[in-house]
Design a protein around this ligand. Sequence first.
Ligand code: NCD
Length: 357
Amino acid sequence: MNGKYEHMVDLSDFTPERWNKVVDLAIDIYHHPDIYAGACKNKILATLFYEPSTRTQMSFQTAMLRLGGSIIGFDNPQNSSVNKGENLTDTIRIVSGYADILAMRHPLEGAAKAAAMYADCPVINAGDGGHLHPTQTLTDLVTMKCEIGRLDNLVIGLCGDLLNGRTVHSLVKAMVAYPNNRFVLISTPELAMPSYIKDILDANNCPYTEVYSLEEAIPELDVLYMTRIQQERFASEEEYLSQKDVYVLDKAKIFKAKPTLKVMHPLPRIDEIEMDVDNDERAIYFKQAKYGVFARMALILTLLHSEPTYTLVKGQDTGYKCTNPRCISNQEHYLTHYNVVEGDIQVCEYCDHHQLI
Ligand code: NCD
């Protein structure tokens, strides 16, 4: 394993001071883009997208091009040697020999951690299954800082697919670091926030309530973070259809909100926000997508110029196999089963899945 580089697998691997610096750098780039226009001259970013994406992939590519660098990569692994059966880490070893930094999206949880273990350059997690999406969170932090002016003292409603939505998992992990934030988790019982994320809220004394009704929750919110029901992560069409359209933000609901509410969404929107909400000045999701370019410019610059500040692998080889079928370690069988042992629980190093010993 190569310890030469700093990666962005999980925002919480960085200290809050450090990720706040990235947010501040992103805001500086936003105000003074010309200063940074040549900052990555002769550097190459590889975008390896094993799962579809519009915003994340294109904002990474735009970020590198705006920094004066170049881009390579694929957005359909079927057009690469993956189609011939090449394993993840061989692909990563090869591409990290060509590029200076990688951004990878993968459908399996923990894939970014596995990639970082084998890469010969920094790796950025651009979404690993339903697990984490740290660069969306950096985007969200930049958006809130610019549009609200603060990251603390907020009542934040997260609505929709809280079980499978990786963006909300990463967002909670970051927002617990700021004082006096409170969460309202709005979902059906089937798509409730995973307990490992609720444990993080508890461990940080961050208050939260779990509710069903968006209509009842909306009046007290400072931020409403809508999410799509993640169709691709459901076992059957019936299960998906039973959850689809439970939450739809429309003009009648937003009428009940504070005038200062900010409606965010990582996008793509399917039908959880009606299009006539777009013209309400409280709807900031299109601005949010633009801030993503500056957040990724700041992150690329930071990782290209830093020494490792944290240990990538915190667990040990305990021999226990992760029981999460969506974990990368159950697909790429050569990976060592690293676990962090917490009392009688072991936590998978790749996907954070908790299991009793
Ligand atoms: C999200 C993602 O891919 O996790 N989109 C994004 O990155 N902007 C949200 C989603 O797919 O629903």
